[in-house]
Design a protein around this ligand. Structure first.
Ligand SMILES: [Zn+2]
Ligand SMILES: [Zn+2]
Length: 454
């Protein structure tokens, strides 16, 4: 999921620590040039794979062909692949895949990619742009696009998978590659865990993942120790009224007017009820109501996303959302049995993603060794969210997600100068500079895997 990147666009100066580390024989250094060269050799095949994923995006819960393609490529590389891993709360099967490569005694490393795309019409104008259309969960006809770069993540995973097969003499342990469905609806990781992921395939000692990022240049990676991504909570608010003819408002309790008021008042919750020192975002992203111009409808439903870094703040905002909706209904004289319905999703919910400090520190050193100090940056905390953190079982398993730079360096420099950001994840214009992004991802992730499975 990940949101548009917050924080200063300014390139961070390298710390003295990074410079000092570069002077040391960094972990994996001996192999770093061959790693990069090898990723480069893989690029033509990975480009084909990337474009195939990009042209054929599938929405969350529907990653049927995507997961089959990923599974088939991993099987060809010699991995033992299990498909259809994951169960949603309604009992339906998820398209999760698990690919295992055993290589003697040693640690077990989980590397995760997500697989789903977004309901958006692609506007990049690229010759490999998606023209796919589909029906979303609300029954609407929508365009579908890999606007979050999960196609990059899958391609990187395949590149890493091949490197690790070819380098079996350099590591020992078990590699556990995960294709996770439904990240954008933040219920895919939970679905895989609920289907006995760790009971069936073993509990990992480490969890690694990456996310592409338009605020960093392709060729670079970025790290953040500790909390990096906010918790996410999905809330539905239905303002219920009394329907009537559009010409007779006195006979109605108009839910469209109430919803309009709710949208505005909801913005005062973060602005006026929450400690400004506590980051929080409340966005109304969907609003549906009415069927005809001259009918005052019975109800209007709104879909909200809430992001915070604290459970206390999250709970306070949920209570404020309920109070605001109810207050509006009371003000409009809505009958007691038509009070608003506020539902907090128990499936589309994810905690703060926090990177294990020791693992982050170690992996950062590995990245410096593999890419050079000029290509390792600091990442900001953002209000975007991810469900990858669930694989850490509340921090019991060290987990780390790094940011994978995806922007053209010259365009990024210009954007930093002008303050006009480049299109990022979830924009219909998001177009990662795929070649250096993919080779950098493969090089960095392979170096990390080799280090953890030494
Ligand atoms: Zn996303
Ligand atoms: Zn994403």
């Amino acid at each position: 999921m990940i949101g548009p990147m917050a924080g200063p666009m300014k390139r961070r100066a390298f710390t003295l620590i990074a410079i000092a580390m570069a002077a040391l024989p960094a972990v994996g250094q001996t192999d770093s040039s061959s790693l990069a060269a090898s990723a480069e050799r893989q690029l033509p095949a990975l480009t084909d794979t990337y474009k195939q994923f990009h042209r054929n995006p599938e929405l969350s819960h529907h990653e049927e062909k995507t997961s089959a393609l990923l599974a088939s490529d991993l099987r060809k590389l010699g991995y033992t692949v299990t498909e259809h891993v994951g169960k949603y709360p309604d009992g339906s099967q998820a398209y999760g895949i698990v690919a295992i490569l055993e290589n003697g005694a040693g640690p077990r490393l989980l590397i995760r990619t997500d697989m789903d795309a977004l309901p958006e019409v692609e506007k990049t104008g690229l010759d490999y742009a998606s023209t796919v259309r589909s029906t979303n969960a609300q029954g609407q006809d929508v365009g579908v696009m890999h606007a979050c770069g999960h196609d990059i993540h899958m391609t990187v995973l395949l590149g890493v998978a091949r490197e690790m097969v070819e380098r079996k003499s350099q590591w020992h342990g078990t590699l556990m590659l995960i294709g996770q469905p439904s990240e954008e609806t933040i219920d895919g990781a939970r679905a895989m865990l609920a289907d006995g992921l760790y009971e069936r395939f073993g509990r990992p000692d480490f969890v690694l993942s990456e996310h592409d990022d338009s605020t960093h240049a392709a060729g670079s990676v970025a790290f953040k120790s500790g909390p990096m991504l906010a918790s996410s909570t999905s809330i539905d608010v239905t303002m219920r009224g009394v329907g009537a003819h559009g010409s007779a408002p006195q006979l109605s309790k108009d839910p469209i007017l109430m919803a309009a008021e709710f949208v505005v008042l909801a913005q005062t919750i973060v602005a006026r009820q929450i400690d400004p020192q506590q980051p929080a975002v409340l966005t109304v992203g969907m609003i549906h109501g009415g069927a005809k111009r001259n009918i005052i409808p019975e109800e209007v439903t709104m879909g909200l996303t809430l992001r915070t870094y604290s459970d206390k703040v999250r709970d306070q905002i949920i209570a404020d959302v309920r109070r605001t909706a109810e207050g509006i209904a009371i003000g409009y004289g809505v009958p007691q049995d038509r009070m608003p319905v506020v539902t907090v999703s128990q499936t589309e919910i994810t905690p703060v993603e926090s990177n294990d400090p020791a693992l982050t520190d170690r992996m950062r050193k590995v990245a410096v060794g593999a890419l050079g100090p000029d290509h390792v940056e600091d990442a900001d905390s953002v209000m975007g969210s991810e469900d990858v953190g669930l694989f850490s079982l509340d921090g019991k398993i060290p987990a780390m997600m790094f940011r994978l730079g995806a922007s053209d360096p010259a365009k990024l420099a210009h954007a930093r100068e002008t303050g006009v950001p480049l299109p990022g994840p979830h924009s219909p214009l998001f177009a990662p500079v795929y070649a250096p992004t993919i080779t950098t991802g493969v090089t960095a992730m392979t170096a990390m895997a080799l280090d953890l499975l030494r």
